[in-house]
Write a protein that binds this ligand. Sequence first.
Ligand SMILES: [Zn+2]
Length: 471
Amino acid sequence: MKLNLDPKIEEFKTCLKQWQHRKLTLLGKVTVIKTYALPKLIYPLTNLQTPKQNTIKLIQDIMHEFLWDKKTAKIKQDTIIQNYEDGGIKMIDIKKFINSLKASWIKKILELKADNSLKHIYYKTLNKYGGNLIFESNLVEIDINNMFHKSSFLKDVLIAWRNITLEDMKLTTPKTVIWNNSLIRAADRPLFYCSWLAKGIKCLEDIFDNRTNKFYTFDFIQFLYGIPKADYLKYLTLINSIPKEIKQALNNSNTNTNLIKSKVDKLFNSSRANKYLYDSQIKSKKTEIKQQQSWEHRLNKRDIEWEPIYKLTFETTEDNKLRDFNYKYLMGIVRTNKELFKFSLVTSTLCDFCGLVPENTRHLFWECQHVQTFWANLSNVFSICNINVDINFLNISLGMPNIKQHKTPINYILMLAKYYIFRCKCLQEKPIFCHFKNYFKYKLNIEKHIAIRKGKIDIYHAKWNPFSILL
Ligand SMILES: [Zn+2]
């Protein structure tokens, strides 16, 4: 197995190295990883044994080095792997990616035709535990290892599945499967009574009376399912194996679904199993983004709705450089002299434009006298165009996701203006409005050519004609 994956990881690394010297944006790098490097690993990761932790860590480190130019990450991994609307840039999480490649085999297994020889091989093992029922069961890794030590393929698939459905497994409901449940065990292994399953006993609700909140008596089960008298000991073992927590959960349960089962169904019906499994892992693990609090504090505004703000960056423009800049701005990693001074990268914290006041984000992009003049000019242009835009630090920082008219062009202009100010800082020039106008014209010309190429010139004109004074 090592023989096969290692050269592929080497290829993966070499591929990224070839791109390293280009000055790519964060978003550009994510694209390179996903489009050029990662495909080299898909085949071996799908078909070989799941790699060991240190191999996964190696892949992770290679991507990290590439993304952050061998420096410390400026944005948390948990954040960048999120979707755009949740403050991420859809960076790959390799563990979740491997989980989805492996677990997507479940769909393939379920779809196997009866005459397929693989079906015979897989089900020879699976049938010991109730066949497809295993995919709906709550099994922890250690039990999977014990039960499937002879089939490393099924073991890997089930462990990946466990990782994906971890949250779903936490919830015990009347529909939770009794069998192969790591919480319901005797002689230190999960129980499975094949003959009871055949008689129709599968979920907790099949043996639990939700009116009295008690498990059925043996007599009643015997009567209901035609279980032989000789199974009384089996009955006792089962009832005694069900822990208090499960009984409590059943008493309090107000849902009646098996979330694992519904995930199996969705997987089975999905046209892109991999993507479904990967997305479901990302969506289930949203993390708090600290920068949001910092903005709320800075803007003295609580309960900001972030989703439309994050989305706006990507809806407004296709220009990756601009997207990248705006994303970094929102994430608070556009460095001003205040931070650069801390890292001894500049000799003073003072503003590059006025040289009078310490430079932080609010000063550089809003309060500085030179920037104020710039924004006043822009505001003036908007009013000449009869377009009402309230230019303030909040709106220029987070954009205006809720305006009804001219949403895209207005936000584009605000974004580009911020980017222009930052370019001026980097070039050690003062922002001058007529220079911005030229820059804007130049940028829009590119947009225009893209529109012509895509046959969308009408949309382009409708979008930009009201702003013709800027052109
Ligand atoms: Zn200044």
